[in-house]
Design a protein around this ligand. Structure first.
Ligand SMILES: [Zn+2]
Ligand SMILES: [Zn+2]
Length: 295
């Protein structure tokens, strides 16, 4: 097949069928849920709210911990992710947006965009603020190796549990299929739903504060619950700089709860949230240009 990435996508989905061969157990499902939550929070807090939007500040050490955490999401390195996402906000449903269902087909906006050979490159001009850190630069470059070691870790964990507690009915292969393969597919599709259906459907509670021209993003509650807050995507396009995406009290935002906890522990600071008094000003100046690259 010409497109190696498409082949990789097909194989990764077919690998999930091994679930019928390796079976499932309660312990595997518990660990599956744990990793799904861990990866969702890592993606939104680290890759999205920190690396793409700089919605809070942190130390260089914790910044690297965040890179490792977000890196578990199997969505390439932090510089690649932040560069792509900043481009998404820069053009938002206009030509140049890497994944817009209003510019390309639904399939392209959901996952097809990531299968294009040029999508693999990191646009360093979009992430000059983070490129200067060698630990981030090399982590971004060798992210595939990190994923391989993560897969190995999952396998060894399953095999070890099976060795000491065979009555739990798990195995290295079962853990690998469920907690690595299927978990990655579920997590990646949920994230990509934010790009595809999150720009087609959903409500606009904060429509009156629309900051981007012709904004098409929407809030989807069920998606927000499954993505640690990412599904409140219209809120996010309204206040892209904000560490808090679920803005109203009923908009559950697990990612923000983690950021608040880190702030209490002095691991992060200068946590940005929407400011009522500057709302009109932000919209007039266009949040997109003024805040997204603010360092
Ligand atoms: Zn968007
Ligand atoms: Zn964003």
């Amino acid at each position: 097949m010409k497109n190696k990435l498409l082949l990789r996508l097909i194989i990764s989905h077919l690998l999930a069928l091994f679930a019928f061969k390796v079976g499932v157990s309660s312990i595997t499902l518990i660990i599956f849920i744990f990793f799904l939550i861990l990866r969702s929070v890592g993606l939104t807090v680290a890759y999205h709210r920190y690396f793409a939007h700089r919605s809070f500040k942190t130390s260089r050490f914790f910044q690297f911990i965040l890179a490792l955490w977000g890196g578990l999401s199997a969505q390439r390195g932090p510089l690649w992710w932040a560069a792509k996402h900043r481009t998404h906000h820069k053009y938002s449903d206009q030509p140049g947006d890497p994944h817009s269902p209003h510019v390309d087909s639904f399939f392209t906006s959901h996952i097809g965009w990531a299968l294009k050979a040029e999508s693999m490159e990191t646009d360093y001009s979009m992430v000059k603020d983070f490129k200067k850190y060698p630990e981030l630069f090399y982590f971004n470059k060798f992210h595939d190796l990190y994923m391989l070691s993560f897969a190995l870790f999952i396998y060894v964990m399953g095999a070890t549990i099976n060795h000491y507690y065979p009555e739990l009915g798990t195995s290295g292969a079962q853990m690998l299929v469920w907690v690595y393969v299927i978990n990655t597919l579920v997590h990646v599709h949920l994230t990509f739903f934010v790009n595809s259906i999150g720009h087609l459907f959903g409500t606009k509670e904060l429509g009156e504060y629309k900051c981007e021209r012709d904004d098409k993003s929407g809030n989807i509650a069920w998606l927000a619950l499954l993505t640690a807050g990412e599904g409140w995507h219209h809120n996010h396009h309204t206040f892209p700089y904000s560490a808090r995406i679920g803005i109203k009290w009923y908009q559950i935002d697990l990612g923000y709860l983690f950021i608040k906890a880190f702030e209490k522990l002095n691991l992060v600071w200068n946590v940005k949230t929407p400011k009522k008094e500057t709302l009109d000003e932000i919209c007039q100046l266009n949040a997109l240009d003024k805040y997204i690259h603010k360092v």
